[in-house]
Write a protein that binds this ligand. Structure first.
Ligand SMILES: *Cc1c(COP(=O)(O)O)cnc(C)c1O
Length: 230
């Protein structure tokens, strides 16, 4: 019998495909990151068997445990990252989505240098200006980008946001539009220095809208694994 994870995944892929077409793209243009926080190894292994190799974790400790058990995949760090944890994860993560301050940039650059690695990062934008959420202020992002161009072991690859949960996900469309515009502007203004590749936005509740508005990386947990208990 088909496992529910496989069934959920098929359904999500179908929706991604339709949303991609609506925005003039293909399914292949969208990266699906399976958000595995709080999910146990057996279930992550099932998702991997279904062909997903991009996994998102939001806590360093939990990530490190899973890293030891699941191999041949790309780990995305999507949670708030404390500077004192950077050293432990730097050589193990594929992309850090949640960079939002200069101290963190400096620490990532330093630790990446030690490992002889260039670390790919996204800047997290606090797109709805929520006091409880991390992320750069929208208005300050362009200036921030100029300030980080000189860090040689960091490569800015794009932007990420976590807009508010909405009963009606259409209410997030305006935020996704703003993100897309910022993404294009930054790319244009810094053509010679960076290539913005990923626009990481859209979760279980709003990924279709996010894709319609230009997201090319969605981070989905609940729709794959079901509701988290903790
Ligand atoms: C938990 C989490 C997700 C996934 O959320 P779902 O609603 O379960 O799809 C995506 N991004 C971040 C940063 C998260 O912390």
């Amino acid at each position: 019998m088909e496992h529910y994870i496989e069934k959920n995944l098929k359904c999500i892929k179908e929706k991604i495909k339709l949303a991609a077409i609506k925005s003039g793209r293909d399914f292949e243009d969208i990266t699906l990151v399976g958000v595995t926080k709080t999910i146990d190894i057996e279930k992550i292994a099932i998702l991997k068997k279904c062909g997903i190799i991009e996994f998102g974790e939001n806590k360093a400790q939990e990530f490190l445990q899973k890293y030891d058990e699941i191999h041949n995949c790309n780990w995305h760090f999507i949670g708030q990252l404390q500077t004192n944890k950077v050293k432990q994860i730097i050589d193990k993560v594929y992309l850090i989505h949640s960079v939002d301050n200069l101290k963190l940039i400096q620490e990532i650059d330093k630790r990446a240098k030690e490992k002889g690695k260039i670390m790919d990062i996204l800047l997290q934008i606090n797109i709805a200006d929520e006091p409880t959420k991390g992320g750069l202020k929208f208005q300050e992002t362009k200036k921030f980008v100029k300030n980080i161009l000189n860090y040689t072991n960091i490569r800015l690859k794009g932007l990420m946001c976590i807009p508010p949960f909405q009963e009606n996900p259409q209410n997030n469309r305006k935020y996704f539009k703003k993100m897309k515009k910022l993404f294009i502007d930054i790319n244009e203004e810094n053509k010679d220095n960076i290539y913005m590749e990923y626009l990481s936005m859209g979760m279980t509740n709003d990924y279709e809208i996010a894709i319609e508005e230009g997201s090319n990386m969605v981070r989905i947990g609940t729709a794959i694994f079901g509701k988290r208990n903790y």
